[in-house]
Design a protein around this ligand. Sequence first.
Ligand code: NAD
Length: 356
Amino acid sequence: MIPQFTDTGLPARVVFGFGTLERVGEEVRGLGCSRALVISGPNQRTAACRLSAILGALCAGMCAEAAMHTPVEVTQRALALAHSTDADCTVAIGGGSAIGLGKAIALRTDFPQVAIPTTYAGSEATPILGETDGARKTTQRTLKVLPEVIIYDVDLTLSLPPSLSATSGVNAIAHAVEALYANEVSPRICLLAEHAIGLLCRALPEMVQNSTNKDARSNALFAAWLCGGCLGSVGMALHHKVCHLLGGSFKLPHAATHAVILPHVVAYNASAAPAAVGCVARALDVENAAEGLFELNRRIGAPTALREIGMPEGELDKAADLAVQDSYWNPRPIERESIRTLLGDAYRGQRPRLWK
Ligand code: NAD
């Protein structure tokens, strides 16, 4: 029998395939727009220039300044450019950083957005925006930032290096994992999450071995969409909170932080959410989900220790304090000393412990 549930679906048009970037002009016109501000990060200027050329007269200008964790000062400069070029929509190409800047502009202008993701971060499918002002990252959820159109072009992901493919793929897995034990989980989300975790855990090792494996790339990008949709439909718990504070306050790289933290949070929550964590284990085809995720990291060359990715040991206490500062849902109560222990394990790259 299907259990009682409530489910919030999200409206978005999705174009998926190979070579779909060529369809961006018709998608911009379909939104009733004619002056697109193209957004990318500095490393993806070439992709942004190609996009601008495809848009032709529909391109009003280009901002290639997007940065991780969406700093508000970059948003202010991009907004000024949007106004001075008389833009009426944004087209963001790149990872979560470029898409985050598009969302930050939409929040302040109500511009329609086309998102063209080139990583597996999944931001394009969520109504969530995280922004940093100084050292503090704040996250909000509003339909104002949900992109109206997503263009998934698998060809654009072939250039993502193995290390980023690995960590970004685990970032996507993390969305599905936390959705499984969220308060708002529904049978639809469970199906999507389990399927997406399975697709990613098979595709990631293949992609890392051969980054131009089109089957693996296609499966991973499709799964990333499903994972983003899972995150977008539910609330966030301990894993996302810890990753956001580590990224916002200590400038750790977003996807790599997710990869390190995920096995430890799954171990921490396992006894409080046995059905959800059992579903993760089934998707990974392992006995123990936390161990399976730790091993997946090792297999695909993702980092397993916070000290490898720039976390100062002396800040672990502060990070634990920040993790318990605001109250939020998690299947297992969040206790400061336990979180400090978890962060210590993650700092040293230990295997996830068996929490009672
Ligand atoms: P990113 O966008 O910063 O990209 C990482 C690096 O990969 C950059 O140097 C980029 O230029 C490069 N890159 C991207 N695609 C490439 C490709 N195809 N080939 C070669 N290089 C490529 O990192 P990310 O992990 O995708 O996104 C992280 C950001 O997204 C963070 O700010 C995070 O908070 C945000 N995010 C938001 C949500 C949400 O729902 N709001 C979800 C996930 C991530």
